[in-house]
Design a protein around this ligand. Structure first.
Ligand code: FAD
Length: 381
């Protein structure tokens, strides 16, 4: 065999899994179709939940995060009526986020995996995966393993080799995801509910900020020049009322569709899925990377037991362990979608849905019980 465990994909899921396996002395090989430079510069998530920080800290993977990550504990909601802040460190379970851009985390995890004696083959595309005989075909080469971890993201190949009942939902909502070379404009995460559509503000570093603008599905991001983006953010974030936005060059604009995919099993034979390959979650509640880390930890423990103690009990119940947590995150993510969006138009259904959204937001503003529910789910997995 070529390795005890072959991991497809060097994103957060595959790299955390690889590092935990290497720490237990397990021979593993990561296959990644992109270059190292590409994955180390791919800006995506930024908000790590308390459980993710624990996983990284307990496994010696948090040096960069603890040195350069920033504690974050407040979000602000704005609508026509008012702005209110929720300091979630004082609500629910009292947990906070740590803001550490995903590309920094991926860079740290690659360095540590190599330092632990792991091997990553960049620029290697996997074209087929089989859980039944634990093989992968990568660049026309057949590789054999004892186990395969499919950590190849939402459009990866691995999930196609897991026969499962698949539940998909397209929420028919799209965001223009923007990275601006500008310092954050607010100390809180900002969620603006506006008749022109949702707008969001999320700090990344002292010089880069992520913004979101709801746009019609199918929108071409190239229709959005820098000035148009800033002017629209100005209106929807109500900058006249709550303070000007700090503008800068737009360095990335891409469309993110709100979509969910959950499968009724995430394993087949000796193939196990983790991260976006295992389930896709809309970014409304910033859960994707956090679920990826949670699953990577569960899968690592199960594989270590199987390989070092020949006990496969945990591997057999891997789907059963992960799926309830995946569904819970999906449920909260849908709750966030419904909190932040309402259909446009003046027909009865649109007005009804927007009135429900406004009632939901008002309840969150005034009800301590509702705020505790929000905080517990927002930072927890
Ligand atoms: P990925 O990071 O997608 O990694 C999969 C890897 O597999 C990739 O490197 C890919 O190149 C490789 N691959 C794919 N196919 C093959 C193949 N055939 N052969 C070999 N390699 C292959 N989540 C949060 O928790 N918080 C946030 O704030 C947040 N913000 C986000 C903002 C944006 C704009 C986006 C797009 C996502 C955001 N997410 C967020 C989601 C988060 O980024 C993902 O959930 C996370 O990257 C999933 O990690 P992963 O390792 O499963 O997959």
């Amino acid at each position: 065999i070529d390795a005890d465990v072959v991991i497809v994909g060097a994103g957060p899921a595959g790299l955390v899994l690889g590092n935990l396996l290497r720490a237990a002395g397990i021979d593993c090989l990561i296959l990644e179709r992109r270059s190292r430079e590409h994955v180390e510069n791919r800006a995506r998530a930024g908000f790590l939940a308390a459980n993710s920080v624990r996983v990284l800290t307990e496994n010696g993977l948090a040096d960069g995060l603890l040195t350069n990550g920033v504690r974050h504990d407040t979000c602000a909601f704005r609508d026509d009526r008012a702005e209110f802040e929720l300091k979630y460190s004082e609500l629910g379970n009292g947990e906070v986020h740590t803001v550490y851009p995903q590309q920094f985390l991926v860079t740290d995890l690659i360095a540590e995996f190599l330092a632990r004696g792991g091997e990553i083959r960049f620029g290697t595309e996997v074209s087929s995966v089989s859980g039944m005989d634990a093989t992968v075909i990568a660049d026309d080469l057949l590789l054999r393993a004892k186990y395969i971890a499919g950590c190849d993201g939402r459009r990866g190949i691995s999930l196609r080799s897991v026969p499962a009942r698949v539940f998909r939902r397209d929420h028919d909502i799209s965001w223009l995801a923007i990275l601006a070379e500008a310092p954050p404009s607010m100390s809180a995460i900002g969620y603006a509910i506006h008749e022109r559509g949702f707008a969001g503000h999320m700090a990344r570093t002292s010089t880069v900020t992520r913004y979101y603008l709801e746009v019609p599905p199918g929108e071409d991001p190239e229709n959005w020049g820098d000035d148009r983006i800033w002017d629209e953010l100005h209106v929807r974030m109500r900058a006249d009322r709550y303070g000007e936005l700090k503008r800068g060059a737009i360095i990335e604009r891409r469309i993110v569709d709100m979509a969910s995919r959950v499968m009724d099993t995430i394993q087949r034979g000796n193939l196990f899925l983790a991260g976006d390959a295992a389930s896709l979650i809309s970014p409304a509640a910033a859960k994707g990377a956090n679920l990826a880390l949670m699953e990577a930890e569960i899968l690592a423990h199960a594989l270590i037991e199987a390989l070092t103690e020949t006990d496969t009990t945990a591997l057999e119940r891997y789907s059963a362990d992960c799926l309830p947590r995946i569904w819970r995150a999906q449920e909260f993510s849908l709750w966030m979608i419904n909190l932040l969006h309402g259909p446009a138009g003046y027909d009865d259904e649109a007005v009804f849905q927007r009135a429900l959204r406004d009632a939901r937001l008002e309840s969150l503003r005034v009800s301590r019980a509702h705020q505790d529910f929000f905080a517990e789910n927002y930072v927890g997995v």
